[in-house]
Ligand binder design. Structure first.
Ligand code: HEC
Ligand code: HEC
Ligand code: HEC
Ligand code: HEC
Ligand code: HEC
Length: 170
């Protein structure tokens, strides 16, 4: 074990250097409000009133790296029929007709130096609301609060998840 120690230390130093060098430009700004979106999509109506599951639109949260934002085809499942004439829904139909994806603005984004995947978190039985707040009551998604290194490590400590730099940093 002892003879690996220098290697471990070297790796740790390399990670810190890499992060500091890249981190300066990657220093993220956390949003404090919902960003303007191209379509005024109400989560509240679709989740609370229509009782759609989060996974109906965010299909990959438990499987792949990205929870994913829904392609317009998923909206057209209903909006090819529902809501003609509603100006916000007409934007959705126009996007589908012209085959132009709706260019949603991201609310949460970790910088490139950070490794985050949903899958282990969903497997550990966390709820979406642990990190994203009560989205079912929101219209367009707004940040529940900052989700930076302090929040990640705080919860990892609380729940006995790893806190080594190398788990979260490339
Ligand atoms: C399961 C069916 C269903 C799906 C899927 C669906 N919607 Fe809806 N949506 C509805 C219904 C029902 C309404 C209410 C229509 C009304 O009030 O006339 C609605 C309303 C809306 C409205 C208008 C809200 C308002 O306040 O006037 C927008 C905008 C909208 N949907 C966007 C979307 C987008 C974008 C997607 C895809 C990400 C989507 N919807 C997926 C059923 C659906
Ligand atoms: C009918 C489709 C639909 C359903 C159901 C839905 N969402 Fe969304 N969600 C969207 C769309 C469209 C966006 C992009 C617009 C926005 O940011 O509000 C989005 C954005 C988000 C974002 C912001 C992602 C980012 O970083 O930009 C989060 C977080 C989110 N949804 C969580 C949830 C959760 C949690 C649920 C279940 C309680 C849920 N959503 C149910 C369609 C849906
Ligand atoms: C442990 C905290 C945590 C939990 C739990 C969590 N998320 Fe996320 N979510 C994040 C972070 C951090 C990001 C930003 C990821 C990035 O930049 O790559 C994110 C991004 C997203 C996005 C934007 C698109 C994407 O794939 O990056 C959506 C949509 C989303 N989450 C939905 C959900 C849904 C739905 C659930 C519940 C099934 C959920 N999240 C549970 C932390 C979490
Ligand atoms: C609300 C609590 C919570 C928050 C917030 C959270 N995590 Fe986690 N994280 C966990 C739990 C629980 C696990 C699962 C540990 C296990 O499988 O034993 C985990 C696992 C992970 C893993 C996988 C570790 C492995 O075993 O390979 C990574 C990487 C990770 N989290 C990164 C992050 C990052 C980056 C953030 C912040 C953007 C974050 N987490 C925020 C609770 C959280
Ligand atoms: C549980 C996940 C996690 C662990 C463990 C972790 N970090 Fe981070 N770290 C992050 C996240 C997320 C960010 C991005 C912060 C933001 O977006 O504000 C970050 C950002 C950074 C930055 C960039 C500057 C900054 O503050 O934004 C440095 C430097 C850094 N981490 C060093 C480390 C070192 C050194 C360790 C080990 C002692 C470590 N991190 C452990 C998640 C983690």
């Amino acid at each position: 074990m002892k003879r690996f120690l220098p290697l471990v230390l070297l790796t740790a130093v390399a990670i810190v250097v890499a992060i500091v060098v890249v981190g300066v430009s990657a220093a993220s700004s956390h949003l404090t409000e919902a960003p303007p979106q191209p379509v005024a999509f109400p989560h509240s109506l679709h989740v609370s009133d229509l009782e759609l599951e989060c996974a109906f639109c965010h299909r990959n949260a438990d499987k792949t790296v990205e929870a994913g934002l829904p392609p317009v085809e998923i909206c057209m499942f209903c909006h090819s029929v529902v809501g003609a004439g509603n100006p916000e829904i007409e934007k959705v139909r126009a996007a589908f007709a012209s085959q132009k994806p709706i260019d949603w603005t991201r609310v949460y984004r970790v910088p490139d130096i950070v490794r985050f995947t949903h899958e282990p978190h969903i497997r550990a039985q966390l709820d979406c609301s642990n990190c994203h707040g009560d989205v079912a009551k929101m219209t367009t998604a707004r940040p529940a609060g900052p989700l930076g290194m302090a929040q990640c490590i705080g919860c990892h400590r609380e729940r006995g998840a790893p806190t080594d730099c190398s788990y979260c940093h490339y």
